[in-house]
Design a protein. Structure first.
Length: 320
């Protein structure tokens, strides 16, 4: 059997191969959505099915809670009448927004007339006051807890020295701290027009005393759990204490520090409401207390508006 060699000239390179009609495949070009084109390629959007599976359980849970609330609220009797339902709470919220708009208009008129608005703070103003107070207390707690936690995590002796104090002071209620803090702050701030109101300082200090412990404990644990090989490398390189802290310890402990800060922020927000009630700091806690003392027909619905807002803000702070 003889084999015929193949030559390049036996093939026509300019001929086009036609696909049979029965083998043709229709190809549909899918254009990406506008959101996908705007987002970077590294961000993967979930599919529609995955989004639906993730959203419908909480949506149905909230819907079921609102339906149960609406059904059972008329059956619950209080000293101010029946328990407000979701519709009553929504109407109370709209009334608070109307009061806020009226107060803003009055403030604008007072500024235009060259005077100062001296009306009572609105519900929105009290929300911002509470946020400022918890931010101040959280900042003070972080400034105290992070350095102390780093030092405790790097030294077993210091950790053993402060551990009993932490375990004793951590469970103390803000209601127990409040009288002590009030007397100390009142004796320290004696001017007639202080830069920060006494009630604001008292509430912020109470928030600090009750919220610094999660950050301190997590920072100490994160610092103490650093890989020993990293510390050995630092010793070989003869790094100083500050160099070890900034180049080895702090980067490794950051996840623990941020976890502790998130827990401290949630704790501070819970503590704040009780502190504002007793310190009379014009925030959400004082709003709830004033409405309770007022005892009008709308007070209970307005209190429940504040409760819902407190919960939503706490949920948002926990997601930071």
């Amino acid at each position: 059997m003889t084999v015929a060699p193949l030559r390049k000239g036996d093939f026509a390179m300019d001929q086009q191969v036609e696909i049979p009609a029965d083998a043709a495949v229709a190809v549909q070009v899918v254009q990406p959505s506008l959101l996908r084109r705007l987002l970077p390629a590294s961000i993967k959007l979930p599919s529609g099915r995955a989004s639906f599976d993730a959203l419908w359980p909480p949506f149905m849970g909230i819907l079921g809670f609102l339906a149960l609330w609406a059904l059972l609220a008329p059956l619950v009797k209080t000293s101010l009448g029946t328990l407000p339902g979701p519709g009553d709470v929504w109407d109370a919220f709209k009334g608070l927004m109307v009061e806020f708009s009226a107060a803003r208009a009055s403030a604008a008129e007072a500024v235009a007339a060259g005077s100062t608005y001296t009306g009572p703070p609105t519900f929105i103003d009290q929300i911002f006051t509470s946020l400022q107070t918890v931010a101040m207390g959280f900042t003070l707690a972080t400034l105290v807890a992070v350095p102390l936690g780093l030092v405790a995590g790097m030294s077993k002796r210091i950790n053993a020295a402060i551990n009993p104090l932490v375990q004793i002071l951590k469970p103390i209620s803000p209601l127990a701290w409040l009288p002590i803090v009030t007397m100390v702050v009142s004796a320290s701030i004696t001017g007639e027009n202080p830069t920060l109101p006494k009630s604001f300082v008292i509430s912020a200090v109470v928030v600090m005393l009750c919220s610094l412990w999660p950050t301190l404990i997590n920072t100490a644990i994160g610092t103490a759990s650093i890989d020993k090989d990293l510390l050995n490398v630092g010793r070989v390189l003869k790094l100083g204490w500050m160099a070890r802290l900034t180049k080895l310890v702090l980067p490794s402990a950051l996840p623990y520090i941020f976890t502790g800060m998130r827990l401290s922020l949630g704790t501070g927000w819970m503590v704040l409401i009780a502190a504002e009630m007793l310190a009379q700091n014009p925030g959400l806690g004082k709003f709830v207390w004033d409405e309770f003392q007022n005892g009008s027909e709308k007070s209970l619905a307005r209190i429940m508006v504040a409760v819902v807002v407190i919960g939503l803000i706490g949920f948002a702070l926990d997601r930071i």
